[in-house]
Design a protein around this ligand. Structure first.
Ligand code: MRU
Length: 334
């Protein structure tokens, strides 16, 4: 992704490998500062996934692939390292997909750096194809809504939900995007809006609670990403996605989910079996370290919800736009 800095425009990925270190844009510092973090121990990369230095399913997967690369280079036991890395976060399928893939490649004695770089390149290639397929849905003058961040920051580069918008804008189409702010970690406001601003794409941040208001006024399409898609087409995504899908159905607005094969979990039958990460209540009760909730109040903080397949118009994948009933056949040739 092109990032405007004081020193000019830089071409950056969300996660990469340089000089023996896993490098990542520290997403906790955006949109105000571009801070690059570097790690040379796989356990530190696992911690960076847990504390959301990097986040978003495909970026988590790439960071995990690079963590496996570090583990291999340091001679660590790969079984143990796999478990340590997989323990970082429970919901995004990409984390498990990437660790398992790297484990089997590294067991065959492959070059760890090449294997991890290949993994990251594969994700970027799939996102580019998602952009090509999804951009065909976008027409001049449309109003599109998205939730959380499924842009280049979340996917190494290009994006999943944002890929069709990036591509359509680059092709000269002009449209407007609502980015819902995404309480409590504000990925919509701090990350998606930042990416849209960097690209010059016309947009506005809206409070999460304003989605129905704007959908009633007129939204042509919703595109979100996903953290895990089960065999029947149910999918987990950032908390608040399920509400949007229900309201979209109410107003007859097409609801698309963009994701590469690494996010599909065909071993899990339905969304009911997805483990939903519960994060610290402080993310809800505090803003920038200052408590805003009454001292005596608890908070609950599920990071994701599950939207049933029946509310999905289509999955935008590297293999085209698929209905929930076609995903097994097309994504894993079943
Ligand atoms: O908790 P996060 O920020 O890692 O969650 C990411 C999301 O849920 C995004 O909405 C996204 O769609 C999935 S990653 C492309």
């Amino acid at each position: 992704m092109k990032v405007r800095t004081d020193g000019g425009v830089r071409d950056l990925r969300a996660v990469w490998f340089d000089n023996g270190k896993v490098m990542m844009i520290d997403q906790r510092e955006l949109p105000h500062k571009i801070v690059i973090a570097g790690f040379d121990d796989h356990k530190d990369v696992a911690e960076a996934i847990r504390n959301m230095t990097t986040r978003g399913a495909p970026s988590i997967g790439a960071a995990a692939a690079y963590a496996m690369c570090l583990a291999s280079l340091s001679g660590a036991d790969l079984d143990t390292a796999s478990q340590e890395i997989k323990a970082a976060r429970p919901t995004a399928n990409d984390l498990f997909f990437a660790v398992d893939r790297m484990f089997s490649i590294l067991k065959n004695g492959s070059d760890p750096v090449k294997a991890a770089n290949d993994y990251a390149d594969m994700i970027v290639d799939k996102c580019t194809k998602i952009g090509e397929h999804g951009s065909k849905l976008i027409r001049d003058g449309m109003t599109i809504m998205t939730h959380c961040n499924a842009g280049a920051l979340a996917t190494v580069d290009v994006g999943t939900a944002l890929a069709p918008m990036r591509r359509a804008w680059a092709d000269g189409k002009r449209f407007f995007v609502y980015a819902s702010e995404t309480r409590p970690r504000l990925q919509g406001m701090q990350l998606t809006a930042w990416e849209l601003d960097q690209e010059g794409i016309d947009h506005a941040v809206i409070p999460d609670g304003a989605s129905a208001y704007y959908m009633e006024k007129g939204v042509d399409m919703i595109i979100t990403g996903a953290d895990r898609i089960t065999a029947n087409g149910d999918f987990a995504n950032k908390i608040g996605t399920f509400d949007k899908a229900i309201v979209a159905k109410r107003f007859g607005i097409p609801f698309y989910v963009a994701a590469p094969v690494s996010t599909f979990d065909f071993n899990t039958k339905t969304g009911k079996d997805i483990e939903i990460e519960q994060r610290s209540e402080k993310e809800v009760t505090e803003i920038c370290g200052t408590r805003i909730a009454p001292k005596g109040s608890r908070a609950l903080n599920p990071a994701f919800d599950v939207t049933p397949a029946e509310l999905v118009t289509g999955f935008i994948t590297e293999n085209g736009i698929l209905s929930p009933k076609d995903i097994r056949k097309v994504m894993i040739n079943e």
